[in-house]
Design a protein around this ligand. Structure first.
Ligand code: NAX
Length: 330
C-alpha cells in the first residue's frame, strides 16, 4: 500500500502548556488521520528551547509511527518552512494589572514577525490557526503581513468557547454533548463573545423548547461561557491548557473535512460583511466546511434583536482592538 506524503505542521509556543497537550494528539494521528505521516516543526523563543528539547524527547519516546521528523527551532523561517498547517499558540500571558489593550500591544510584534516568516517560508496554501491571545487581533496582524497567502487561510480559535457552551447546555438539559448542534459563537474570543443558543438544537429540536428556563439561558449561560477562562484560572491557578489544545485539534480537524450535515462549527474568520459585521476583522461566525476544505459563513441565520446587539458589541470591541494595532497593520 502506498503511503501518503507527509504534511508539515508548525506549532509555536510548543514547550508551553497548550503546546504540550497539543503535540501528542497531532503526532498520534488523531487530528489529520491515522494514515497521515507528519513532520513537526516546533518553534520556541530561545529561552524555551531547552524545555522544548525535553518535549521532543518525550515525543520520540512515544514512538509514534506517523512522525517522520521533529525540528526544534527559534528561527521562524526554519519553523514555518514549507508548512501545511501553522498553530500559532505562543504569546506572552497577561500579567498582573495589565489591561487587554496592553496585552494587544505587547503581543502584536510577535505576530508581525511570525506573519512575515509565514509569508516568506510557508506553503502558499498553509492553514493558520491562531490560539495565542488576543487571538482574533493577533490573527489579523499576522494575516496583514502574509500577503502571499490567501487571507481566508488565517483563522482564530473560538472552538473552546463553542465546546464550553455545548457542555453547559448538555449539563442543563441532561442531553449528551453529541446531541447538541448548531451552537455557534459570534464575535471575539473575549468576554464580549456571544454564544447563540437561540439557533441551537437538541436532538434536532429547538434548544429553547427543551431548555425553557429563558432567564438561565440569557443570563447565567451566556455569562458562564464568557467568563469560563477566568473561572478555570480561579480554580486551577493556571489557564486552560488541555481543553484549549483539544479545541485547537477540533478546529484543525473540522477545517480539513466536510462538516456533518446540519451541523455548524465556530471559527473566527475574515468578516465579509455578513450580518452587518464590519468587513476585514477576524470575527467568529457559524461556519461549514466543504469537501475541498473550504469554509463558508452560514448564511441567513435568524438573529433576534438582542442577539444582533450582542454580536455587534463584540464587533465594536474588535474594531477598537484593530485601532490599537493600526500602526503595525500593513
Ligand atoms: P504558556 O505560557 O504555558 O506557553 C506559551 C509558550 O509560548 C511559552 O513556552 C513561551 O516560551 C512561548 N512563546 C512566547 N513567545 C513566543 C514567540 N514569540 N515564539 C514562539 N514561542 C513563544 O501559555 P499557554 O497556556 O500554552 O497559552 C498560550 C496562549 O494561548 C496564551 O496566549 C493564552 O492566553 C492563549 N489561550 C487561548 C485560548 C483560546 O481559546 N483562543 C484559550 C486558552 C489560552 O488562554
Amino acid at each position: 500500500m502506498s503511503q501518503k506524503s507527509p504534511i508539515k505542521i508548525a506549532v509555536t509556543g510548543a514547550a508551553g502548556n497548550i503546546g504540550y497537550s497539543l503535540l501528542f494528539p497531532i503526532a498520534s494521528g488523531q487530528v489529520f488521520g491515522a494514515d497521515q505521516p507528519v513532520e513537526l516543526q516546533l518553534i520556541e523563543i530561545p529561552q524555551g528551547l531547552q524545555s522544548l528539547e525535553g518535549v521532543k524527547m518525550e515525543l520520540l519516546d512515544s514512538a509514534f509511527s506517523l512522525v517522520n521528523s521533529i525540528t526544534c527551532t527559534s528561527d521562524g523561517d526554519e519553523g514555518f518552512g514549507d508548512v501545511d498547517y501553522a498553530f500559532l499558540v505562543g504569546s506572552k500571558p497577561r500579567g498582573p494589572g495589565m489591561e487587554r489593550a496592553d496585552l494587544i500591544r505587547e503581543n502584536g510584534p510577535i505576530f508581525v514577525g511570525q506573519g512575515q516568516a509565514i509569508d516568506r517560508s510557508a506553503k502558499e496554501n498553509v492553514k493558520v490557526i491562531v490560539v495565542g491571545n488576543p487571538c482574533n487581533t493577533n490573527c489579523l496582524i499576522a494575516q496583514h503581513q502574509a500577503k502571499r497567502v490567501n487571507p481566508r487561510n488565517f483563522t482564530a480559535m473560538t472552538r473552546l468557547d463553542q465546546n464550553r457552551a455545548k457542555a453547559q447546555l448538555a449539563v442543563k438539559s441532561g442531553a449528551a454533548v453529541k446531541d447538541i448542534s448548531r451552537l455557534a459563537i459570534w464575535g471575539n474570543h473575549s468576554p464580549t463573545m456571544y454564544p447563540d443558543f437561540e439557533n441551537a438544537l437538541i436532538n434536532g429540536k429547538a434548544l429553547t423548547e427543551v431548555i425553557t428556563d429563558s432567564e438561565w439561558l440569557s443570563e447565567s449561560f451566556i455569562k458562564t461561557v464568557q467568563q469560563r477562562g477566568k473561572a478555570i484560572i480561579g480554580a486551577r491557578g493556571k489557564s486552560s491548557a488541555a481543553s484549549a489544545a483539544w479545541a485547537a485539534i477540533d478546529h484543525a480537524a473540522d477545517w480539513s473535512r466536510p462538516t456533518a450535515a446540519g451541523e455548524w462549527v465556530s471559527m473566527a474568520v475574515t468578516s465579509d460583511g455578513s450580518y452587518g459585521i464590519p468587513k476585514d476583522i477576524i470575527y467568529s461566525f457559524p461556519c461549514t466546511v466543504d469537501e475541498q476544505g473550504e469554509y463558508h459563513i452560514v448564511p441567513d441565520v435568524a438573529l433576534s434583536a438582542a442577539a444582533k446587539e450582542k454580536a455587534m458589541k463584540s464587533a465594536e470591541e474588535l474594531l477598537a482592538e484593530r485601532d490599537a494595532v493600526k500602526g503595525i497593520l500593513s
